[in-house]
Design a protein around this ligand. Structure first.
Ligand code: GUN
Ligand code: ZN
Length: 443
Protein backbone atom coordinates (compact mmCIF):
# COMPACT_ATOMS: atom_id res chain seq x y z
CA UNK A 1 0.00 0.00 0.00
CA UNK A 2 1.59 3.27 -1.12
CA UNK A 3 -0.23 5.72 1.13
CA UNK A 4 0.68 6.41 4.72
CA UNK A 5 -1.54 4.57 7.20
CA UNK A 6 -1.93 5.55 10.86
CA UNK A 7 -3.28 3.09 13.45
CA UNK A 8 -4.52 4.29 16.82
CA UNK A 9 -4.65 1.64 19.59
CA UNK A 10 -2.98 0.53 22.81
CA UNK A 11 0.36 -0.82 21.61
CA UNK A 12 2.77 -3.31 23.22
CA UNK A 13 6.02 -4.68 21.85
CA UNK A 14 9.65 -5.46 22.71
CA UNK A 15 12.01 -3.14 20.86
CA UNK A 16 15.15 -5.07 21.84
CA UNK A 17 16.53 -8.51 22.53
CA UNK A 18 15.64 -9.10 26.16
CA UNK A 19 16.71 -11.33 28.99
CA UNK A 20 13.94 -9.84 31.14
CA UNK A 21 10.76 -9.42 29.05
CA UNK A 22 8.76 -8.71 32.22
CA UNK A 23 10.40 -5.28 32.21
CA UNK A 24 11.74 -4.60 28.73
CA UNK A 25 8.50 -4.01 26.87
CA UNK A 26 7.31 -0.70 25.43
CA UNK A 27 3.65 0.25 26.04
CA UNK A 28 1.65 3.16 24.63
CA UNK A 29 -1.83 3.27 26.10
CA UNK A 30 -3.01 5.72 23.43
CA UNK A 31 -0.51 4.71 20.79
CA UNK A 32 0.17 5.48 17.14
CA UNK A 33 1.67 3.12 14.58
CA UNK A 34 2.43 4.60 11.15
CA UNK A 35 3.11 2.37 8.14
CA UNK A 36 4.14 3.15 4.59
CA UNK A 37 5.03 0.86 1.68
CA UNK A 38 4.64 -2.22 3.85
CA UNK A 39 7.10 -1.01 6.49
CA UNK A 40 6.73 0.57 9.90
CA UNK A 41 7.57 4.23 9.81
CA UNK A 42 6.79 5.38 13.33
CA UNK A 43 5.65 4.16 16.75
CA UNK A 44 4.81 6.44 19.69
CA UNK A 45 2.11 8.37 21.51
CA UNK A 46 -0.90 9.26 19.37
CA UNK A 47 -1.66 12.73 20.66
CA UNK A 48 1.90 14.05 20.46
CA UNK A 49 2.63 12.78 16.97
CA UNK A 50 -0.45 12.43 14.79
CA UNK A 51 0.00 16.00 13.55
CA UNK A 52 3.24 14.95 11.88
CA UNK A 53 1.21 12.80 9.47
CA UNK A 54 -1.44 15.12 7.99
CA UNK A 55 -1.82 12.94 4.86
CA UNK A 56 -2.18 9.64 6.70
CA UNK A 57 -5.35 7.59 6.53
CA UNK A 58 -6.34 7.08 10.17
CA UNK A 59 -7.66 3.72 11.43
CA UNK A 60 -9.09 4.21 14.88
CA UNK A 61 -8.79 1.06 16.99
CA UNK A 62 -9.04 2.90 20.32
CA UNK A 63 -9.70 0.45 23.16
CA UNK A 64 -8.06 -2.38 21.21
CA UNK A 65 -4.60 -3.85 21.56
CA UNK A 66 -2.04 -3.69 18.74
CA UNK A 67 0.80 -6.24 18.93
CA UNK A 68 3.47 -7.52 16.54
CA UNK A 69 2.15 -10.39 14.38
CA UNK A 70 2.55 -13.72 16.13
CA UNK A 71 5.33 -16.12 15.14
CA UNK A 72 4.45 -19.82 15.34
CA UNK A 73 7.84 -21.52 15.27
CA UNK A 74 6.74 -25.13 14.67
CA UNK A 75 3.67 -26.55 12.92
CA UNK A 76 2.70 -29.01 10.20
CA UNK A 77 0.73 -27.79 7.20
CA UNK A 78 -0.58 -31.24 6.11
CA UNK A 79 -1.89 -31.92 9.62
CA UNK A 80 -4.47 -29.11 9.45
CA UNK A 81 -7.32 -31.56 8.90
CA UNK A 82 -6.31 -34.03 11.63
CA UNK A 83 -6.35 -31.79 14.70
CA UNK A 84 -7.74 -33.59 17.74
CA UNK A 85 -7.40 -37.22 16.65
CA UNK A 86 -8.10 -39.42 19.67
CA UNK A 87 -5.97 -41.37 22.01
CA UNK A 88 -2.42 -42.12 20.94
CA UNK A 89 1.05 -41.08 22.03
CA UNK A 90 3.65 -39.97 19.51
CA UNK A 91 4.79 -43.10 17.64
CA UNK A 92 1.34 -44.71 17.26
CA UNK A 93 -0.19 -41.33 16.51
CA UNK A 94 2.24 -40.93 13.60
CA UNK A 95 1.42 -44.39 12.23
CA UNK A 96 -2.32 -44.35 12.76
CA UNK A 97 -3.23 -40.78 11.87
CA UNK A 98 -0.37 -38.69 10.52
CA UNK A 99 1.15 -40.79 7.76
CA UNK A 100 -2.20 -41.66 6.10
CA UNK A 101 -3.19 -37.97 6.05
CA UNK A 102 0.17 -36.81 4.72
CA UNK A 103 -0.18 -39.28 1.83
CA UNK A 104 -2.97 -37.15 0.37
CA UNK A 105 -0.45 -34.38 -0.32
CA UNK A 106 0.99 -36.35 -3.23
CA UNK A 107 -1.83 -34.62 -5.13
CA UNK A 108 -0.73 -31.02 -5.78
CA UNK A 109 -4.31 -29.89 -6.26
CA UNK A 110 -5.28 -31.16 -2.84
CA UNK A 111 -2.15 -29.59 -1.34
CA UNK A 112 -3.12 -26.26 -2.92
CA UNK A 113 -6.62 -26.45 -1.43
CA UNK A 114 -5.34 -27.18 2.09
CA UNK A 115 -2.60 -24.54 1.73
CA UNK A 116 -5.33 -21.90 1.31
CA UNK A 117 -7.17 -23.13 4.41
CA UNK A 118 -3.94 -23.38 6.40
CA UNK A 119 -2.70 -19.86 5.62
CA UNK A 120 -6.14 -18.48 6.34
CA UNK A 121 -6.12 -20.20 9.74
CA UNK A 122 -2.80 -18.55 10.54
CA UNK A 123 -4.16 -15.13 9.66
CA UNK A 124 -7.45 -15.51 11.50
CA UNK A 125 -5.47 -16.40 14.64
CA UNK A 126 -3.13 -13.42 14.32
CA UNK A 127 -0.11 -15.43 13.15
CA UNK A 128 1.91 -13.67 10.47
CA UNK A 129 4.98 -15.95 10.37
CA UNK A 130 5.08 -19.72 10.65
CA UNK A 131 7.99 -22.16 10.60
CA UNK A 132 6.24 -24.95 8.79
CA UNK A 133 6.75 -28.63 7.95
CA UNK A 134 5.21 -29.61 4.64
CA UNK A 135 4.84 -33.27 3.58
CA UNK A 136 7.50 -35.38 1.85
CA UNK A 137 6.19 -34.27 -1.56
CA UNK A 138 8.08 -31.49 -3.32
CA UNK A 139 4.97 -30.14 -5.03
CA UNK A 140 3.08 -29.78 -1.76
CA UNK A 141 5.84 -27.46 -0.53
CA UNK A 142 5.52 -25.53 -3.81
CA UNK A 143 1.80 -25.11 -3.15
CA UNK A 144 2.41 -23.83 0.36
CA UNK A 145 5.07 -21.32 -0.72
CA UNK A 146 2.85 -20.17 -3.59
CA UNK A 147 -0.02 -19.44 -1.24
CA UNK A 148 2.22 -17.62 1.29
CA UNK A 149 3.75 -15.58 -1.55
CA UNK A 150 0.29 -14.46 -2.67
CA UNK A 151 -0.02 -12.72 0.74
CA UNK A 152 3.57 -11.45 0.79
CA UNK A 153 4.21 -13.34 4.04
CA UNK A 154 7.46 -14.09 5.75
CA UNK A 155 6.92 -17.84 5.91
CA UNK A 156 9.68 -20.36 6.62
CA UNK A 157 8.95 -23.86 5.36
CA UNK A 158 10.49 -27.06 4.13
CA UNK A 159 9.75 -30.39 2.50
CA UNK A 160 9.89 -33.18 5.07
CA UNK A 161 12.68 -35.68 4.40
CA UNK A 162 12.27 -39.34 5.50
CA UNK A 163 13.67 -42.47 3.92
CA UNK A 164 12.97 -45.22 6.48
CA UNK A 165 10.67 -46.39 9.30
CA UNK A 166 7.58 -44.96 7.66
CA UNK A 167 5.33 -46.40 4.92
CA UNK A 168 7.21 -46.83 1.64
CA UNK A 169 4.63 -44.66 -0.13
CA UNK A 170 5.88 -41.73 1.97
CA UNK A 171 9.59 -42.27 1.57
CA UNK A 172 12.15 -40.29 -0.35
CA UNK A 173 15.85 -41.27 -0.63
CA UNK A 174 19.06 -39.55 0.47
CA UNK A 175 19.60 -38.35 -3.11
CA UNK A 176 16.04 -37.24 -3.86
CA UNK A 177 15.75 -35.50 -0.47
CA UNK A 178 18.92 -33.56 -1.19
CA UNK A 179 17.95 -32.74 -4.78
CA UNK A 180 14.34 -31.79 -4.07
CA UNK A 181 15.32 -29.67 -1.06
CA UNK A 182 18.04 -27.93 -3.12
CA UNK A 183 15.57 -27.21 -5.92
CA UNK A 184 13.09 -25.76 -3.42
CA UNK A 185 15.82 -23.62 -1.84
CA UNK A 186 16.81 -22.25 -5.26
CA UNK A 187 13.21 -21.51 -6.10
CA UNK A 188 11.87 -20.11 -2.83
CA UNK A 189 14.56 -19.11 -0.33
CA UNK A 190 14.69 -15.31 -0.21
CA UNK A 191 12.11 -15.19 -3.00
CA UNK A 192 10.26 -12.11 -1.73
CA UNK A 193 9.95 -12.63 2.02
CA UNK A 194 9.96 -16.45 1.90
CA UNK A 195 12.63 -18.58 3.59
CA UNK A 196 13.53 -22.25 3.41
CA UNK A 197 14.13 -24.74 6.24
CA UNK A 198 15.91 -28.05 5.63
CA UNK A 199 13.50 -30.49 7.31
CA UNK A 200 14.49 -34.04 8.28
CA UNK A 201 11.30 -35.22 10.07
CA UNK A 202 13.23 -36.71 13.03
CA UNK A 203 16.22 -38.98 13.54
CA UNK A 204 14.27 -42.31 13.42
CA UNK A 205 12.90 -41.66 9.91
CA UNK A 206 16.19 -40.58 8.30
CA UNK A 207 19.00 -43.01 7.50
CA UNK A 208 22.55 -41.94 8.33
CA UNK A 209 23.04 -41.45 4.57
CA UNK A 210 20.10 -39.08 4.40
CA UNK A 211 21.26 -37.08 7.42
CA UNK A 212 24.69 -36.88 5.80
CA UNK A 213 23.17 -35.57 2.56
CA UNK A 214 21.12 -32.96 4.44
CA UNK A 215 24.17 -31.89 6.47
CA UNK A 216 26.02 -31.28 3.21
CA UNK A 217 23.11 -29.23 1.96
CA UNK A 218 23.12 -27.16 5.15
CA UNK A 219 26.80 -26.45 4.61
CA UNK A 220 26.18 -25.46 1.01
CA UNK A 221 23.42 -23.01 2.07
CA UNK A 222 24.62 -21.46 5.34
CA UNK A 223 21.76 -18.96 5.64
CA UNK A 224 18.99 -21.53 5.24
CA UNK A 225 17.02 -22.57 8.34
CA UNK A 226 16.89 -26.11 9.74
CA UNK A 227 14.02 -27.77 11.63
CA UNK A 228 13.37 -31.17 13.13
CA UNK A 229 12.05 -32.89 16.26
CA UNK A 230 14.06 -33.65 19.38
CA UNK A 231 13.46 -35.51 22.63
CA UNK A 232 9.68 -35.38 22.66
CA UNK A 233 8.68 -38.80 24.00
CA UNK A 234 10.43 -41.50 26.05
CA UNK A 235 9.83 -44.32 23.53
CA UNK A 236 11.11 -42.09 20.75
CA UNK A 237 14.30 -41.32 22.68
CA UNK A 238 14.93 -45.02 23.43
CA UNK A 239 14.45 -45.77 19.71
CA UNK A 240 16.97 -43.12 18.68
CA UNK A 241 19.51 -44.59 21.11
CA UNK A 242 18.94 -48.03 19.56
CA UNK A 243 19.28 -46.72 16.01
CA UNK A 244 22.37 -44.59 16.66
CA UNK A 245 24.26 -46.39 19.48
CA UNK A 246 27.52 -44.65 18.59
CA UNK A 247 26.11 -41.18 19.31
CA UNK A 248 26.33 -39.62 22.81
CA UNK A 249 22.67 -38.59 22.96
CA UNK A 250 19.69 -37.68 20.71
CA UNK A 251 20.95 -34.19 19.86
CA UNK A 252 24.38 -35.59 19.04
CA UNK A 253 22.84 -37.42 16.06
CA UNK A 254 21.95 -34.07 14.48
CA UNK A 255 25.20 -32.51 15.67
CA UNK A 256 27.25 -35.27 14.04
CA UNK A 257 25.71 -34.48 10.65
CA UNK A 258 26.22 -30.71 10.93
CA UNK A 259 22.60 -29.78 11.62
CA UNK A 260 23.11 -27.51 14.65
CA UNK A 261 23.50 -23.79 14.24
CA UNK A 262 21.69 -20.51 14.78
CA UNK A 263 18.45 -20.77 12.81
CA UNK A 264 18.11 -24.50 13.61
CA UNK A 265 14.86 -25.00 15.55
CA UNK A 266 14.28 -28.25 17.45
CA UNK A 267 10.68 -29.11 18.26
CA UNK A 268 9.94 -30.07 21.91
CA UNK A 269 13.23 -30.82 23.75
CA UNK A 270 11.28 -32.04 26.79
CA UNK A 271 13.59 -34.74 28.16
CA UNK A 272 17.05 -33.33 27.46
CA UNK A 273 20.28 -34.43 29.10
CA UNK A 274 22.65 -31.81 30.49
CA UNK A 275 25.11 -32.25 27.60
CA UNK A 276 22.28 -31.51 25.14
CA UNK A 277 21.35 -28.26 26.88
CA UNK A 278 24.95 -27.21 26.74
CA UNK A 279 25.36 -28.02 23.06
CA UNK A 280 22.16 -26.14 22.16
CA UNK A 281 23.52 -23.10 23.96
CA UNK A 282 26.97 -23.35 22.32
CA UNK A 283 25.53 -23.58 18.82
CA UNK A 284 22.79 -20.94 19.36
CA UNK A 285 20.16 -23.39 18.16
CA UNK A 286 16.62 -22.93 19.53
CA UNK A 287 13.83 -25.01 21.00
CA UNK A 288 10.20 -24.72 19.94
CA UNK A 289 8.06 -25.18 23.07
CA UNK A 290 4.75 -26.70 21.98
CA UNK A 291 2.53 -26.87 25.08
CA UNK A 292 -0.80 -27.97 23.59
CA UNK A 293 0.91 -30.77 21.70
CA UNK A 294 2.99 -31.88 24.68
CA UNK A 295 -0.16 -32.19 26.78
CA UNK A 296 -2.31 -33.71 24.04
CA UNK A 297 0.20 -36.43 23.10
CA UNK A 298 1.12 -36.98 26.77
CA UNK A 299 4.74 -36.19 25.93
CA UNK A 300 5.74 -34.36 29.11
CA UNK A 301 6.26 -30.96 30.69
CA UNK A 302 8.87 -28.69 29.08
CA UNK A 303 11.20 -26.99 31.55
CA UNK A 304 11.19 -23.32 30.53
CA UNK A 305 13.06 -22.19 33.65
CA UNK A 306 15.84 -24.69 32.90
CA UNK A 307 16.12 -23.42 29.30
CA UNK A 308 16.57 -19.90 30.66
CA UNK A 309 19.10 -20.99 33.18
CA UNK A 310 21.04 -22.73 30.39
CA UNK A 311 20.70 -19.70 28.12
CA UNK A 312 18.99 -21.66 25.35
CA UNK A 313 16.65 -19.69 23.07
CA UNK A 314 13.01 -20.80 23.29
CA UNK A 315 10.11 -19.95 21.02
CA UNK A 316 6.43 -20.80 21.42
CA UNK A 317 4.70 -22.98 18.86
CA UNK A 318 1.39 -24.73 18.23
CA UNK A 319 2.69 -27.94 16.59
CA UNK A 320 -0.61 -28.32 14.74
CA UNK A 321 -1.79 -31.15 14.38
CA UNK A 322 -0.14 -32.72 17.46
CA UNK A 323 -1.11 -29.37 18.96
CA UNK A 324 -4.81 -28.72 19.35
CA UNK A 325 -5.20 -25.10 18.26
CA UNK A 326 -3.84 -22.59 15.75
CA UNK A 327 -4.17 -19.90 18.43
CA UNK A 328 -0.87 -18.58 19.76
CA UNK A 329 -2.87 -16.88 22.54
CA UNK A 330 -4.21 -20.25 23.70
CA UNK A 331 -0.72 -21.72 23.27
CA UNK A 332 0.64 -19.07 25.62
CA UNK A 333 -2.08 -19.94 28.14
CA UNK A 334 -1.17 -23.64 28.05
CA UNK A 335 2.53 -22.75 28.40
CA UNK A 336 1.63 -20.89 31.59
CA UNK A 337 -0.13 -23.99 32.95
CA UNK A 338 2.85 -26.23 32.17
CA UNK A 339 5.12 -23.76 34.00
CA UNK A 340 2.72 -23.89 36.96
CA UNK A 341 3.08 -27.68 37.06
CA UNK A 342 6.85 -27.21 37.06
CA UNK A 343 6.56 -24.79 40.00
CA UNK A 344 7.11 -21.57 38.03
CA UNK A 345 4.98 -18.71 36.82
CA UNK A 346 5.47 -17.48 33.29
CA UNK A 347 4.86 -13.74 33.23
CA UNK A 348 2.44 -12.75 30.42
CA UNK A 349 5.06 -10.40 28.98
CA UNK A 350 7.45 -13.33 28.86
CA UNK A 351 4.82 -15.35 26.99
CA UNK A 352 4.30 -12.54 24.49
CA UNK A 353 8.06 -12.24 24.00
CA UNK A 354 8.36 -15.96 23.15
CA UNK A 355 5.82 -15.61 20.33
CA UNK A 356 7.08 -12.29 18.91
CA UNK A 357 10.49 -10.70 19.43
CA UNK A 358 12.07 -13.68 21.23
CA UNK A 359 11.25 -15.94 18.29
CA UNK A 360 12.52 -13.35 15.80
CA UNK A 361 15.80 -12.96 17.72
CA UNK A 362 16.25 -16.76 17.88
CA UNK A 363 15.77 -16.91 14.11
CA UNK A 364 17.98 -13.86 13.47
CA UNK A 365 15.03 -12.07 11.86
CA UNK A 366 14.50 -9.20 14.31
CA UNK A 367 15.32 -6.60 11.66
CA UNK A 368 12.18 -7.70 9.76
CA UNK A 369 9.66 -9.18 12.20
CA UNK A 370 8.81 -9.72 15.86
CA UNK A 371 8.72 -6.06 16.93
CA UNK A 372 7.27 -2.74 15.78
CA UNK A 373 10.51 -0.81 15.35
CA UNK A 374 10.63 1.68 12.46
CA UNK A 375 12.14 0.04 9.38
CA UNK A 376 10.75 -3.44 10.09
CA UNK A 377 8.01 -5.06 8.01
CA UNK A 378 4.50 -4.00 9.00
CA UNK A 379 3.27 -7.38 10.30
CA UNK A 380 0.91 -6.77 13.21
CA UNK A 381 -2.33 -7.84 14.80
CA UNK A 382 -5.23 -6.01 16.45
CA UNK A 383 -6.94 -7.71 19.36
CA UNK A 384 -10.25 -6.90 20.95
CA UNK A 385 -9.89 -7.48 24.71
CA UNK A 386 -13.68 -7.35 24.96
CA UNK A 387 -14.39 -10.02 22.39
CA UNK A 388 -17.28 -11.56 24.31
CA UNK A 389 -19.50 -10.78 27.31
CA UNK A 390 -17.26 -12.45 29.87
CA UNK A 391 -14.12 -10.73 28.70
CA UNK A 392 -16.00 -7.41 28.62
CA UNK A 393 -16.90 -7.96 32.27
CA UNK A 394 -13.35 -9.04 33.07
CA UNK A 395 -11.84 -5.88 31.59
CA UNK A 396 -14.39 -3.39 32.90
CA UNK A 397 -12.11 -2.20 35.68
CA UNK A 398 -8.77 -3.82 34.95
CA UNK A 399 -6.67 -2.71 32.05
CA UNK A 400 -2.97 -3.08 32.59
CA UNK A 401 -1.27 -4.58 29.52
CA UNK A 402 -0.05 -7.54 31.61
CA UNK A 403 -3.51 -8.34 32.89
CA UNK A 404 -5.11 -7.97 29.47
CA UNK A 405 -2.57 -10.28 27.87
CA UNK A 406 -2.81 -12.84 30.64
CA UNK A 407 -6.59 -13.01 30.57
CA UNK A 408 -6.55 -13.14 26.76
CA UNK A 409 -4.13 -16.08 26.92
CA UNK A 410 -6.61 -17.94 29.14
CA UNK A 411 -9.91 -16.89 27.60
CA UNK A 412 -9.33 -15.93 23.99
CA UNK A 413 -8.73 -17.55 20.62
CA UNK A 414 -9.50 -16.32 17.10
CA UNK A 415 -12.63 -14.58 18.39
CA UNK A 416 -10.37 -11.89 19.87
CA UNK A 417 -8.60 -11.14 16.58
CA UNK A 418 -10.04 -8.01 14.98
CA UNK A 419 -7.57 -7.75 12.10
CA UNK A 420 -4.24 -9.16 10.95
CA UNK A 421 -1.83 -7.17 8.78
CA UNK A 422 0.98 -8.58 6.67
CA UNK A 423 3.48 -6.14 5.16
CA UNK A 424 1.01 -3.33 5.77
CA UNK A 425 -1.99 -5.01 4.14
CA UNK A 426 -5.01 -6.39 6.04
CA UNK A 427 -5.04 -10.12 5.28
CA UNK A 428 -7.80 -10.83 7.80
CA UNK A 429 -10.65 -8.80 9.17
CA UNK A 430 -13.20 -10.27 11.56
CA UNK A 431 -16.82 -10.71 10.51
CA UNK A 432 -16.26 -11.74 6.95
CA UNK A 433 -17.74 -14.74 5.19
CA UNK A 434 -14.43 -15.53 3.53
CA UNK A 435 -13.51 -18.60 5.61
CA UNK A 436 -16.60 -20.59 4.71
CA UNK A 437 -16.02 -19.84 1.04
CA UNK A 438 -12.39 -21.01 1.27
CA UNK A 439 -13.39 -24.29 2.95
CA UNK A 440 -16.07 -24.88 0.29
CA UNK A 441 -13.42 -24.33 -2.38
CA UNK A 442 -15.22 -21.28 -3.75
CA UNK A 443 -12.20 -18.99 -3.32
N1 GUN B 1 7.98 -36.39 15.49
C1 GUN B 1 8.12 -36.78 14.20
N2 GUN B 1 7.12 -36.34 13.43
C2 GUN B 1 6.30 -35.65 14.22
C3 GUN B 1 5.09 -34.93 14.01
O1 GUN B 1 4.54 -34.85 12.90
N3 GUN B 1 4.54 -34.33 15.11
C4 GUN B 1 5.11 -34.39 16.34
N4 GUN B 1 4.52 -33.78 17.35
N5 GUN B 1 6.23 -35.06 16.56
C5 GUN B 1 6.83 -35.67 15.53
ZN1 ZN C 1 5.96 -31.30 15.13
Amino acid sequence: MKTTQAYRASIVHFPNKSSCPKQDYQYFEDGLLVTRNGKIEFIGEYKNHINQYPDAIIHDYSGKLLLPGFIDSHLHFPQTEMLASFGEQLLDWLTDYTFPVERKFADPKYAGHIAKIFIRQLHRHGTTTGMVYSSVHKQAADALFQEAASHNMLLIAGKVCMDRHCPDWLQDTPQSAQQDSAALIEKWHNNGRLKYAITPRFAPTSSPEQLQALGELAQQYPDVFIQTHLSENHNEIAWVKELFPERKNYLDVYDHYGLLRKGAVFGHGIHLEQAEWQRLQETQASIAFCPTSNLFLGSGLFDLAKAEQENVAVMLATDVGGGTSFSMLKTMGEAYKICQLKGNQMDPMHGLYLMTQGAAVGLGLEDSIGNLNPGTDADFVILDPEFDVLSALRFEHHRTPQDMLFALSMLADDRAITATFVAGTAVYQANTQTDTQIIKGAL
